[in-house]
Design a protein around this ligand. Structure first.
Ligand SMILES: Cc1cc2nc3c(=O)[nH]c(=O)nc-3n(C[C@H](O)[C@H](O)[C@H](O)COP(=O)(O)O)c2cc1C
Length: 312
């Protein structure tokens, strides 16, 4: 399948594995890229030397394009931006801020810059400052979320910008990919589906919780603090939401989630940690190698698109 996204990123399939803090490290990123998608290392708040190591390990495992997701609010963002330019990766996706100040550096190295956006206004701003594409991420997704759903956001972003759009949030099978293409997206980014893969290094408790999740099992904490995060419900989300409703301060709430993702991913504490996951977890029922996930999804996409043709 050819789209502007496959051409731009030099990948076989228009499937991108979202950069995920603590989750998306080199085993996962390399496996996705090897399978014909675009693997992404999640730099999150990690120091630049960790990112350098991750890039080098990924390169040992694949010679296909892969990316790094930079969290622009990270205290290490400046150094991470530099390491990315030095080591050379195909793509950078960015979240939590404006990547404008790094644009010249990355562009001079031929790195494609793809910011993640949750609104039309931000998509337009990113296009103006030289982004090669945008990921339009709806609030069904795991992790930090915006206001709009994927269904509403994607076509509005597609209409607002000339650059290609990648849809994210709530996509885990070929029906989702076909739907995203119908909305005008030219690729998809998935996070939750890739958590439940053989190559993903998260604690088995984390994977099990994703695999057992039902459609209504996610909660969004932090709406009152302006930093909403979607995760699977557990003791932590229950307590958080109770405290939030009772008017707890931002500091009290932050204390509750401090190190929460690490707790769940590394220690397997899925009761008190933050088990970030999208609403689509209810659809994810099997742990598979990335190659199988991607090939199944592409086969389903073809079927779904053919099926849709019957309504012509
Ligand atoms: C555990 C987890 C951690 C995430 N961390 C990040 C991150 O650090 N940076 C980012 O831009 N997006 C992050 N995301 C969002 C994903 O990159 C992706 O856009 C999202 O998961 C897509 O929605 P889906 O979960 O419905 O597939 C995270 C998602 C999950 C599930």
């Amino acid at each position: 399948m050819h789209t502007r996204i496959t051409d731009l990123l030099g990948i076989r399939y228009p499937i991108i594995q979202g950069g995920m803090a603590w989750v998306a490290e080199y085993h996962l990123a390399a496996a996705v890229s090897e399978a014909g998608g675009l693997g992404i290392i999640g730099a999150a708040n990690a120091p630049a030397e960790w990112v350098r190591e991750q890039i080098r390990e990924t390169k040992k495992r694949t010679d296909k394009p892969f990316g790094v997701n930079v969290m622009l609010m990270s205290p290490y963002a400046d150094q991470v931006a530099q390491v990315i330019a030095e080591e050379g990766v195909a793509v950078v996706t960015t979240g939590a801020g404006n990547p404008e100040k790094y644009m010249e550096l990355w562009k001079s190295k031929g790195i494609k810059v793809v910011p993640v956006v949750a609104s039309v206004a931000l998509a337009k701003r990113m296009e103006r400052c030289g982004a090669d594409a945008v990921v339009a991420e709806g609030c069904e997704s795991g992790g930090h979320v915006g206001e709009s759903t994927t269904m509403a956001l994607v076509p509005q972003v597609v209409d607002a910008v000339e650059i290609p759009v990648i849809a994210a949030g709530g996509i885990a099978d070929g029906r989702g990919v076909a739907a995203a293409l119908m909305l005008g997206a030219e690729g998809v980014q998935m996070g939750t589906r890739f958590v439940a893969t053989t190559e993903c290094q998260v604690h088995p408790n984390y994977k099990e919780k994703v695999l057992k999740a039902r459609d209504i099992d996610t909660r969004v904490t932090g709406r009152t603090t302006g930093h909403p995060v979607r995760a699977l419900r557990n003791e932590m989300t229950k307590k958080y939401l109770e405290m939030e409703a009772a008017g707890a301060t931002a500091e009290e709430l932050e204390y509750l989630t401090l190190g929460g993702l690490r707790k769940a991913v590394v220690e397997g504490d899925v009761k008190n940690g933050s088990v970030m996951s999208g609403q689509i977890a209810g659809l994810v029922k099997d742990e598979l190698p990335c190659k199988e996930v991607i090939e199944n999804i592409m086969a389903e996409t073809g079927k779904a698109l053919k099926g849709a043709a019957q309504y012509e």
